[in-house]
Design a protein around this ligand. Structure first.
Ligand SMILES: [Zn+2]
Ligand SMILES: [Zn+2]
Length: 277
């Protein structure tokens, strides 16, 4: 029987947001994703598993720091076994400022990662106390902290793009003056530093399964992206794949949002370009 392969726009030939089993909530290893990607005519698979942190914090949804060697070897093996695919070594990172050197010197430096992604699953206030975006409703002050935190993540110079910058749709119920202000902080930093912002297709997959009693709008949050069009920001669509069959799933919805908001697409060849030359 012939396999049904959907028509693809060029954008969907690239995915820079891919996890492996090491984060404890994904399935498959690097070669499994590459096999699926090859079968579906994709060109780039960037691995961006959830980063370990030097103190092994937030360990329930990421690898231990001791697994870094194994992760790097798995991506290198995929690069070797799939020479026709552009396979990149990356990591999705919560930006913990005191670990800046870990990201810069160890991951991008010593271990020669191709790129890093900022992932604001947690954010910090002025006093270094962390809040999760999956932990229930946050107030206006926390939303301000979120906007400042994501701006600092962008300004750190470590990240090619920020994954789901509108993740506060998980913990704030209504679009209002507070969401507008936090979003403007993020857009200003992204435009100034030329760091990409991701429209995340996993969010669309979550919205599709959203329970009626869930009071949160989730992400992607359309008014965020409408407001983004007032700024000179570049936008990337990614699947945020947690299993090989996710690699293109609902990326067309994410791309449709990008186009409807008239947002500039990030050049996929820009990511990891410095490393591949
Ligand atoms: Zn994940
Ligand atoms: Zn992710």
């Amino acid at each position: 029987m012939r396999r049904q392969i959907p028509m693809l726009d060029s954008e969907y030939k690239h995915n820079f947001h891919t996890h492996t089993f090491r984060c404890k909530h994904a399935k498959g290893d690097a070669v499994d994703y590459c096999e699926y990607a090859r079968e579906h005519g994709m060109e780039t698979i960037g691995f961006s598993d959830h980063t370990p942190l030097p103190d092994d914090r937030w360990i329930s949804a990421r690898m231990h720091v001791a697994q870094l060697d194994d992760y790097v070897s798995a991506v290198h093996r995929a690069q070797h076994e799939y020479p026709d695919l552009r396979v990149l070594l990356g990591m999705e990172c919560e930006y913990v400022p005191k670990f800046h050197a870990f990201f810069e010197d160890e991951l991008l430096g010593e271990r020669e990662f191709d790129y890093l992604v900022g992932g604001p699953h947690f954010f910090t206030d002025d006093y270094g106390s962390w809040t999760g975006t999956y932990g229930g409703t946050v107030d206006a002050k926390s939303l301000k902290d979120y906007g400042r935190y994501v701006s600092e993540m962008i300004e750190s110079g470590l990240f090619a793009f920020v994954a789901h910058p509108d993740l506060f749709g998980n913990c704030y119920k209504h679009w209002d003056a507070n969401t507008i202000s936090a979003s403007r902080d993020i857009f200003e930093a992204a435009a100034e530093c030329e760091v990409g912002l991701e429209i995340n297709a996993l969010g669309f997959r979550k919205i599709a399964k959203k329970k009626l009693f869930n009071p949160y709008p989730l992400y992607p949050w359309p008014p965020f992206w409408e407001l983004a069009s007032e700024y000179n920001v570049k936008v990337i669509v990614n699947a945020d794949a947690h299993r090989p069959t996710d690699l293109q799933r609902m990326t067309s919805d994410a791309e449709a949002l990008r186009v409807s908001c008239n947002l500039k697409a990030m050049d996929p060849m820009e990511i990891g370009a410095e490393r591949s030359t």
